[in-house]
Write a protein that binds this ligand. Sequence first.
Ligand SMILES: CCCCCCCC/C=C\CCCCCCCC(=O)N[C@@H](COP(=O)(O)O)[C@H](O)/C=C/CCCCCCCCCCCCC
Length: 214
Amino acid sequence: MAGAAGAFSLREVLAAFQTCVSERREVLLGPYLSGWRGLIRFLHSLGTIFSFITKDAVAKVQIMEGYSGGEQRERYTSLQSMVEYELANRLVDVQKRGGHPESGCRTVLRLHRALRWLQLFLEGLRTAGEDARTSTICTDSYNASLAAYHPWVIRKAATVAFCTLPSRNAFLEVMNVGTAEEAVAMLGEALPHISDVYDITQELFAQHDLLNLP
Ligand SMILES: CCCCCCCC/C=C\CCCCCCCC(=O)N[C@@H](COP(=O)(O)O)[C@H](O)/C=C/CCCCCCCCCCCCC
């Protein structure tokens, strides 16, 4: 279940995103949600100022867990099968939220946009100098991705929360993969897998005109 306690491990998150993409280049929902659960563990550790973000991420993962463990679980093995099933059965609100306010497609779209933030943030952490401020990396990544989809009040609250983030080195330590240098190396290994998942999903959603679901 989403949001379970336990120490964050970048290795686990990496393994999840690594196994996300099948030989047929499908994004498998099981490992995708597993990756998100790992990331949420990290968010929990950042304290209550981040709880409005944690709650939203947990809620979205729980919606998807409901589908992937539900009656139609076979339709939810991959993002590709989910899109096909939900579109064929008119289970997606495409103009405004109505009968299907929590479709898998619109829920994954929110996580997908957040994955872009993660990609930019981790790349920023990986390439920044030792004395770089995590809050600046996080704010820049947010402004270049998710912020475009959030109202002013959320952007404001997020920016305030980012100011409390620990230093870059503290971040690298919390990844539980050894020294800062080892953590940076592991980020270099993790990022192509996260990018692969992002790119495949982006193409899938673009093909089906699903990038602006309400
Ligand atoms: C050691 C480094 C590892 C880094 C690990 C980072 C862990 C981050 C984990 C999760 C990222 C946050 C996921 C947030 C999902 C947000 C989805 C969203 O956009 N939801 C909005 C729209 O949903 P609907 O209303 O349409 O259903 C919703 O309104 C948003 C609510 C909450 C605010 C979201 C702010 C997102 C900021 C993302 C940055 C997280 C900062 C983490 C700091 C490291």
